[in-house]
Design a protein around this ligand. Structure first.
Ligand code: DX5
Ligand code: ZN
Length: 216
């Protein structure tokens, strides 16, 4: 089952509540929220106050992607603001297993994001501690970048590993996904699709979501 997670990074921030309502009506499976701290990535985006302020516009799960140097310090704030799942980057964590365990203990889903150049083997001993892996298909920081095609092999390798141990792992892809390449990432083994610019840039976001979910 393919799930579509539109990223509000490409939304009109002056009317974020309405944009979230629009995604809900358009059939999104969750709302992907890109948190950027200006250190881990050059961009600055959304904090817990904004997450809290849009929480009332939808009952869809909030999928919060923390592109931060110090995610541990903000877990409680984002969970209190309404996050249903928290994704942390493996590259910044000295104690990845501990962070994932802490997220789950707080009652939300735990996910790990890997940048394009980060090897899959950092997941070797934490697959039981996580609910989803986010494979970045661009270098994080900005919407609207081009998909890195070498990531197809990485998706395939991770799906093979998960299948090999009988784990029904959610594999999320994030960055440069559009109606033209969604089929390739799904065939490689991804099942949760983040998309910002191609959904918000479409004249009919509901059709774009349906189209990507069907990935013809
Ligand atoms: C990139 C973000 C993505 C981004 C996706 O750092 O994590 O979620 O907004 O946007 P598109 O679909 O435009 O690449
Ligand atoms: Zn993201």
């Amino acid at each position: 089952m393919i799930k579509i997670a539109p990223s509000i990074l490409s939304a009109d921030f002056s009317r974020l509540g309405e944009e979230v309502e629009m995604l809900d009506r358009a059939g999104a499976d969750m709302i992907h929220i890109d948190v950027m701290d200006g250190h881990y990535v050059p961009n600055l985006t959304i904090g817990p106050l904004v997450v809290k302020s849009i929480r009332k516009y939808t009952d869809l799960p909030f999928d919060v992607h923390l592109m931060m140097d110090n995610p541990m310090e903000y877990l409680d704030d984002f969970i209190a603001a309404g996050a249903d799942s928290i994704t942390v980057h493996a590259e910044v964590l000295h104690h990845l297993q501990g962070c994932l365990a802490a997220i789950r203990k707080k009652g939300v889903r735990a996910a790990v994001a890997l940048n394009p150049s980060t090897p899959l083997n950092v997941l070797d001993y934490v697959l039981d501690d996580l609910d989803m892996v986010l494979l970045m298909t661009v270098n994080p920081g900005f919407g609207g970048q081009a998909f890195i095609p070498q990531m197809l092999n990485k998706i395939r390798d991770l799906r093979k590993t998960a299948d090999g141990i009988g784990k029904q792992l959610d594999i999320q892809v994030d960055g440069g996904i559009n109606p033209d390449n969604v089929k390739a990432v799904v065939e490689a083994g991804a099942n949760v699709i983040v998309s910002g610019s191609s959904i918000f840039g479409s004249s009919d976001p509901a059709m774009a979501i349906r189209h990507m979910r069907a990935c013809p």
